[in-house]
Design a protein around this ligand. Sequence first.
Ligand code: ADP
Ligand code: MG
Length: 664
Amino acid sequence: QNVIKKPNNYSPPKQPTQVYKNVLANRKTSIEQERKALPVYHCRQRILKELEAHDTLLIMGETGSGKTTQIPQFLMQAGYANQGIIGITQPRRVAAITIAKRVAQEMACNVGEAVGYTVRFEDSTTERTRIRYLTDGILLREAIGDHLLRKYSAIMLDEAHERTVNADVLFGIVKEAQQERRKQKLSKLKLIITSATMDIDHFGQYFNVKGMYLEGRTHPVRIMHAKQTQDDYIHAALVTLFDIHRNEPINHDVLIFLTGQEEIEALAQQIRQLARINNSGPSDVRVFTLYAQLSQGKQLECFMPVPANTRKIVLATNIAETSITIPGIRCVIDCGFVKQKSFNASSGLDLLKTVRISQAQAWQRSGRAGRDAPGKCYRTYTKQAMTAFPSATQPEILRANLTSTVLQLLALGIDCYSFDFIDAPEQQGVVSAYKTLEKLGGIKSVTVPCITTTGRWLAQFPLDPRYAKLLLSAPSFGCMDEMLSLVAAMNSDNVFIGHADKSELASLAHAKFQSKHGDHLTLLKVFATFQKIEKTKIWCHDNFLNIRNLTYARNVRNQLQEIATRLNLAVNSCGDNLDAVKKCLISGLFENIAMLQKEGHYLTLSGRQKARIHPSSVLHGKYKPPCILFTELVQTEQNYLRQVTEISIEWIEEVVPSIKITHK
Ligand code: ADP
Ligand code: MG
């Protein structure tokens, strides 16, 4: 049935419109012509003039107008890269990588030459690199090494409206670095803050500059809302998609916004199957997926042109909202949800939750349909429902776990209480972070926080302090070798293929690695075997394991081991005494412990959340261990504990004496 209300006067064009024919022709034109057609191209002189007159520039422009790819090249051509490099921060690693690749293509060079990217555990840049795309987390880490960021002649803080915690902290850091360099009569640091739709007044006040608007080049988008509330937005998206597929010209590409990997992959599979069944004519669809955990190669696929008489369908997370522009999109289907990490300061737990998007996000999403020509946006929620959406997305700093941020600021010599935030985090969140750091041994005193040697060491690892702690305490448990592997594997994406609805073959293959202790030791077994195997490709294929993620984990492990060696940490091994690994896990993840209740569910020690073991766990089933440690609490209709390991209650006080178990 048709769930989407269509205006009565609307009938879909039978043939591609003239506008769209032009777009098709455009696809074949050279990159140079494409660049000249971007709105930002006409503002080149204005931007350079403004930047000469002012040290900070605030640029607001439509997504896809060319800010991220073009402005750094303008700066380089104008000579800004002669004294230092030009750094451009991105909230996501995918964006940093894909954009660097695109710009390298435009500059006719390889990534790592004039242009490169640096993301966590992966650096493509060389001494020759003048334009460097990096995640905001990386720049923050560099600031610990050099507060003045002397390496850079210009820094562009891109996608400022996303307001990630790292970006918010960077605002303060770069502002300070700029002032300090001026004071010390060092070379100037030029700052460019760019964003799609941002609160320019708020930013303007904070940086004490006026904003500059870039004229966009967007086309009208017809918005359609669901008539009734949809219980199942995935089903609604599917029905809408096939409705579009039947009625719209075949070369109108579709972008569907969903919340995460599992749901995207499941729907992609469903669409591919249905398209096969429904196909009677020559028309066809090509389905692409786009989310942060996807391998780089796959991420780039959706940018490729599809054959004629084929509809491109891209299923993406909010990653496609602003940072990435996919050519050819004429229809958007918006499910109205986003997966958001939030931190509950009173319970001390991180939650991964599916929540409503903001109205600003809804408009941003619909705008993606009007990049090349007039488009349409189908919202699987009612107009009425949208009025209850928050008007703007809350800055992450107001809802995130601040443990890592607070530690990094302390390593920079900055106390969170006195830092010049654009929006200061709530006191409760800061205190909670200090408390965790105190338990980790990273600081002395919560009221007058002072970083300890352990704290400085924790900050050396590009990891959440809780994971860094696992590595610092591992030598004393005698399991450093194992912990390096485990932490590396935990920091890469799912190594198991076919997790959602495992085929029998995959289950059989994975069963070989299963540890009765739980998921952490199972993961360790997989990784340890991978490290020993020679023909990894065949082995991964036969065992339904993701070779890319395992290779990534190996790379991460090498880098972690390098840091450990630098810190003189002994790389010892516990052999078969795996209890050492389990005990060591408690030293960092002591906030993630849950006890079995009489009623059959678990209750988390901190926060007292009711939860169950996630179905993907090897411990999911009949036997329920009385006490478990988990990696993550996922909240959907109910709470799930993801990645769990059985531990002994007695160990908790032994490992972290400050924790008292009252309800044994
Ligand atoms: P903005 O930062 O203003 O949102 P970008 O500089 O990211 O814009 O992108 C400008 C244009 O470059 C996009 O509209 C798109 O057409 C093109 N583009 C960007 N990245 C790629 C890519 N990886 N492949 C093909 N085209 C791309
Ligand atoms: Mg951009």
